[in-house]
Design a protein around this ligand. Structure first.
Ligand code: SF4
Length: 352
C-alpha cells in the first residue's frame, strides 16, 4: 500500500508529524517551505533539513506521487502534461499562458461520474478521486516546468489555478477543502483567493457544500441547458438538480464571496447555439450576480458534434450583450495538442 502523501497535510498537521519524528518545531516550517515554495520532489532536495529527519519522514510519507509521462506544447504556447500516479492511473494538467501570468488547469479525479455529453473525460466514468497531495503536486510539476522553461513576459512565479481539468471538483469533497486551505494558507502556497477558480458542472450536493463552506474563491458554473430538460440531455448527472436551484446557489455564492459567478456555456452547432437559448440564458444570467463565458466546443476525436461557427458565436453573444449581460468568448487554447480535458489520457489508453 502506498504511504500517505506529505503534500496532503495541512500546515498544522506538519508540525506534529515532524515533532513525532524528533524534529524541532521550526523544522516543520522548513519542510512546508520545501513542499509549497521550493517545489521539492526528492527528499535530498530538502537541503537544510537534517538527514535523519529526512530519512524518518521518507519512512512514513511519500513525497512524489506523480511521474510525468508526456508533455506537449501547442503552437499557441499551451503546455499539456500527462502524469502517471502511483497506482498506474493517469491524469492531465495544462499550463495556459495568459497576458501577464499563467493559468494552471488542474484535475481533481481520475475520470468523472458526471457523464457530460461534450466531454472526453466522461467517457470512461469515474475511476477514483485524487488525494489532496496528488492535486497539489500538479502545481509543483507545472511550476518546475515554468522555472525550467519560462514564458517570456511573465517574469515571476505568479499563476492562477482553475479546477477545470479531469473530474468534477465538487464531487471530490474529500480533497477539495484541504487543497483550497493549503493553497491559501500563508505556510502553504499563500495564494490569493482571487487567483483560484472552481469550475463545476453544478451537482446539487456539491454546490450546497461549497456554499456552506464559503471559501471565497471564484466559481464557474457550466449550465449545459437553459431548461431542466435541455440540461439533463447534455449533463445527465448534474442535470438532476433543478436549474432554478443551481442558479439560486450560484447567486448566493457570488453574494457571499463578493465576486460574480461565471456561467460557462459550451456552444455546440445546432444544439446549444439557438437564439431562443441565448434569450433564456440572458434571463437566467440577469437574475443574479452573473457573467457569461461562451466556449465553442472542443472537438472530440470520435464525436459527430461540432463547435458553433464564428457567425453563430457572435450572434449568440450579441443577444446576451444586448440584454446587458457581461459576456466573453473563450477560444480554448491548444487545439493542436488535444487540450480538451481527458483527450490525452484517452489517446494513451487507446494506444496501450
Ligand atoms: S465536463 Fe467536467 S463534470 Fe462534465 S464529465 Fe467532463 S470532467 Fe466531468
Amino acid at each position: 500500500m502506498a504511504k500517505p502523501l506529505l503534500r496532503s497535510l495541512v500546515p498544522e498537521e506538519i508540525a506534529p508529524a515532524v515533532g513525532e519524528l524528533g524534529g524541532e518545531a521550526y523544522r516543520a516550517r522548513q519542510v512546508a517551505g520545501w513542499l509549497h515554495v521550493h517545489d521539492a520532489l526528492q527528499w535530498d532536495e530538502m537541503r537544510n533539513v537534517p538527514r535523519p529527519l529526512r530519512a524518518a519522514l521518507a519512512e512514513r510519507f511519500d513525497l512524489q506521487a506523480l511521474t510525468p509521462v508526456e508533455r506537449q506544447e501547442s503552437s499557441d504556447g499551451t503546455r499539456k502534461f500527462l502524469f502517471r500516479l502511483r497506482d498506474g492511473q493517469t491524469v492531465e494538467s495544462v499550463i495556459i499562458p495568459m497576458e501577464s501570468h499563467s493559468t494552471f488547469c488542474l484535475s481533481t479525479q481520475v475520470g468523472c461520474a458526471m457523464a457530460c455529453r461534450f466531454c472526453a473525460t466522461a467517457r470512461g466514468g469515474l475511476v477514483r478521486n485524487l488525494e489532496a497531495g496528488e492535486i497539489l503536486e500538479q502545481i509543483t510539476h507545472l511550476r518546475r516546468d515554468l522555472a525550467a522553461a519560462p514564458i517570456s513576459g511573465h517574469g515571476d512565479r505568479q499563476f492562477n489555478v482553475v479546477f477545470m481539468g479531469m473530474g468534477e471538483p465538487l464531487d471530490n469533497w474529500d480533497a477539495l477543502p484541504t487543497v483550497l486551505r493549503i493553497m491559501m494558507d500563508d505556510d502553504g502556497l499563500a495564494m490569493s483567493k482571487r487567483r483560484i477558480q472552481v469550475s463545476t458542472s453544478g451537482p446539487g450536493e456539491g454546490l450546497r457544500r461549497l456554499v456552506a463552506a464559503a471559501p471565497g474563491v471564484g466559481l464557474t458554473l457550466s449550465l449545459g441547458g437553459t431548461t431542466d430538460e435541455e440540461r439533463r440531455r447534455l449533463m445527465p448527472v448534474p442535470g438532476r438538480t433543478p436549474l432554478a436551484e443551481v442558479i439560486e446557489l450560484g447567486a448566493r455564492y457570488a453574494r457571499q464571496s463578493a465576486r460574480r459567478t461565471t456561467i460557462a456555456w459550451v456552444l455546440i452547432a445546432g444544439k446549444t447555439d439557438q437564439p431562443e437559448q441565448a434569450r433564456r440564458l440572458a434571463k437566467l444570467a440577469g437574475s443574479g450576480p452573473f457573467k457569461v463565458n461562451l466556449i465553442p466546443l472542443n472537438v472530440l476525436d470520435d464525436d459527430a458534434q461540432e463547435p458553433s461557427g464564428p457567425a453563430a458565436v457572435l450572434a449568440f453573444q450579441e443577444i446576451l450583450t444586448r440584454a446587458g449581460i457581461d459576456t466573453t468568448v473563450r477560444l480554448s487554447g491548444g487545439r493542436d495538442i488535444a487540450a480538451a480535458c481527458g483527450q490525452l489520457r484517452r489517446r494513451r489508453l487507446a494506444s496501450t
